[in-house]
Design a protein around this ligand. Structure first.
Ligand code: NAD
Length: 358
């Protein structure tokens, strides 16, 4: 069986200008654009040496800008798309400076709080920006294949989605996370919340608990359990523990779908033994097929960097032809941010106190 693993690429892609030359641009944005054959007109970072290093490393980068104003002038001339990959607190300040109606892809999360996301969404509306958010997990080749398989009805009605992560995450690689009030759900599980929404829509009711790790007291909570209830049959669960420091052997990171006619289990390799990672896998089981057993679908890539082609392709397609839907729009990302907020509220205020009855 063959399944789609990438979204339709724009026929005549517009060039891209990058704002931010940090680690995610080096590890994912530029490698993805290299594979997709996108032209990168230029890159700007407050720390110019970082931008210069990336230009040396990636042939597709044509120019390093020393000022945001110069980058905007060139972007306007060339009808380029803006690609922002900055600390979340910087996005609003940069968006204010872009010309009205510009197309822009913004790195997740959409602000550090719900209030900040609301201000960003309002700013994008006010300026008429064609704005999208880089929630790319839904565009990973294995997720596109899962969607295709589900849309073809092969696993029937999906009633269960499970995300399970038991890994050792080197949080020290992102020093900006230290001493922030929110870490795991806002910076990591947010991808799974967005993913679940892309398959099942918005839940009716949620439950969450997120707690700290005793060896990481300077970080906010890094172990999370979340339940999303849809109706009496449909549920999604997300469980993460980033403190499993007992070797690679028992580390796990998967997404499982169960339907009335079959199931899909995807290993998300990038989170295991991070940052080395292991190859991802896609297995499926369809009831009633001649030899009913788990089969494997060969994959054309993983989350990093391949999924980053999808978020950019989606914005390009919509910008070039507005009748194409923009599934990762800022408006949609704002709903994912609302879910993040609700999960923190549930963790802080939900739950039943256990009082032992003598
Ligand atoms: N899977 C994902 O989508 C994913 C993964 C990692 C990080 N991120 C997000 O990407 C963003 C960047 O993360 P990173 O790991 O690359 O961080 P980083 O610290 O490595 O890079 C950020 C860069 O932004 C530059 N910068 C800061 N303010 C600026 C400004 N006003 N103008 C120009 N440049 C400025 C800094 O000099 C730095 O080079 C964050 O919002 C993070 O949450 C997303």
């Amino acid at each position: 069986m063959k399944f789609r693993q990438e979204i339709i690429k724009p026929e005549k892609p517009r060039p891209i200008v990058l704002i931010g030359a940090g680690s995610i641009v080096k590890d994912a944005h530029l490698p993805a654009y290299e594979i997709a054959g996108y032209r990168v007109l230029g890159i700007y970072d407050l720390d110019e040496t970082k931008a210069k290093t990336l230009k040396k490393r990636f042939n597709i980068v044509e120019k390093v800008y020393s000022s945001l104003v110069d980058l905007i002038v060139d972007a306007k001339k060339n009808d380029a798309l803006y690609d922002l990959a900055l600390p979340a607190s910087e996005h609003k300040r940069i968006l204010e400076q872009l010309p009205n109606k510009s197309p822009v892809l913004i790195q997740k999360p959409l602000g550090e709080t719900l209030e900040e996301s609301k201000l960003i969404v309002e700013l994008c509306r006010r300026k008429g920006l064609v704005s999208a958010v880089n929630f790319q997990l839904r565009y990973a080749p294995y997720m596109i294949a899962a969607k295709d398989m589900i849309d073809q009805g092969l696993i029937g009605e999906v009633y269960d989605m499970e995300v399970f992560v038991n890994v050792f995450t080197p949080w020290h690689l992102w020093d900006f996370l230290y001493y922030l009030p929110r870490v795991e759900i806002l910076y990591h599980s947010i991808h799974y919340l967005d993913l679940v929404r892309s398959f099942l829509g918005n839940p009716k009711k949620v439950y969450a608990s997120t707690v700290k790790h005793p060896k990481m007291p300077e970080l906010a909570s890094t172990r999370t359990s979340m339940i999303l209830d849809y109706n009496e049959y449909i549920q999604a669960r997300i469980m993460t523990n980033h403190g499993h420091e007992y070797g690679k052997e028992k580390q796990q990171s998967y997404v499982k779908f169960e339907g009335t006619k079959g199931a899909i289990k995807i290993k998300i390799g990038v989170s295991i033994d991070y940052p080395k990672g292991v190859p991802p896998t896609f297995e499926y089981f369809i009831l009633g097929q001649e030899s009913t057993k788990w089969k494997e679908l060969p994959l054309k890539g993983g989350w990093f960097p391949h999924a980053f082609m999808g978020t950019m392709a989606s914005l390009q397609n919509h910008y070039i032809n507005p009748s194409q839907p923009l599934l990762n729009s800022t408006e949609d990302a704002y709903v994912t941010m609302q879910l993040v907020e609700l999960m923190y509220t549930s963790s802080n205020e939900g739950g039943m106190n256990f009082n032992l009855i003598e």
